[in-house]
Design a binder for this molecule. Structure first.
Ligand SMILES: CC(C)(COP(=O)(O)OP(=O)(O)OC[C@H]1O[C@@H](n2cnc3c(N)ncnc32)[C@H](O)[C@@H]1OP(=O)(O)O)[C@@H](O)C(=O)NCCC(=O)NCCS
Length: 172
């Protein structure tokens, strides 16, 4: 368990699957994430979910985001972990909209970034977010990320953002 100011991050568990399924099949959330809408049924989803928990990828760490009183409100992850390059990509989703624009996202990102730079040797964390997703960009900027480029992929325009360990050290 990693405790931040407003949230805590914990390992994913099977009991998260119903929330995650609802969030992943929400068209608005999928649109904000430039993700395709999954078409699988919940039983299929649950079976894939269980095997991912049993055989976690060594290049990805996933966390549930909970409020301090234990309500599951979203997920965050770092993935594409490249130890030789010293970098990884960060992803976050606050699935429960009641918790948007209240700094839960910024606290989750800051807590995860602190964890990564304190517990691993990674030197750079990067991410991409839709150019149109100004809420997400503002959230990442509050956490010290800066834009470094643009990407067009599959017809979507993304802003690329990054945070280096050196910058993080200066900010903490
Ligand atoms: C993106 C996300 C993680 C941000 O978390 P959050 O808790 O809502 O964000 P925060 O409250 O920490 O910060 C958002 C900031 O953007 C501001 N904001 C909200 N809508 C905005 C808009 N349309 N334009 C500009 N700023 C906006 C908020 O006021 C807040 O700034 P403030 O703290 O200075 O008031 C969360 O909203 C989320 O998961 N959304 C759905 C999925 C998604 O967008 N995923 C993409 C991730 S790449």
């Amino acid at each position: 368990m990693i405790v931040g100011g407003k949230i805590k991050l914990r390992e994913k568990r099977l009991a998260d699957a119903p929330d995650d399924y609802v969030w992943q099949t929400d068209p608005k959330l999928a649109q904000l994430d430039a993700a395709p809408l999954p078409t699988i049924t919940f039983p299929q989803y649950l079976s894939d979910y269980a095997s991912e928990l049993r055989y976690p990828s060594p290049t990805r760490h996933r966390f549930a985001i909970e409020t301090l009183d234990g309500k599951h409100i979203g997920n965050c992850t770092y993935y594409g972990i490249a130890e030789t390059n010293g970098e990884a990509e960060l992803g976050i989703m606050i699935g429960n909209r009641d918790y948007w624009d209240k700094s839960y996202g910024a606290d989750a990102v800051t807590t995860l970034v602190n964890h990564i730079f304190r517990q691993t040797k990674l030197n750079r964390i990067y991410l991409k977010t839709l150019d149109s997703n100004t809420r997400a960009q503002k959230c990442f900027q509050k956490c010290g990320f800066t834009p470094y480029g643009f990407l067009n992929r599959d017809g979507y325009d993304f802003v690329l953002m990054e945070l280096h360990r050196k910058q993080w050290l200066q900010q903490t």
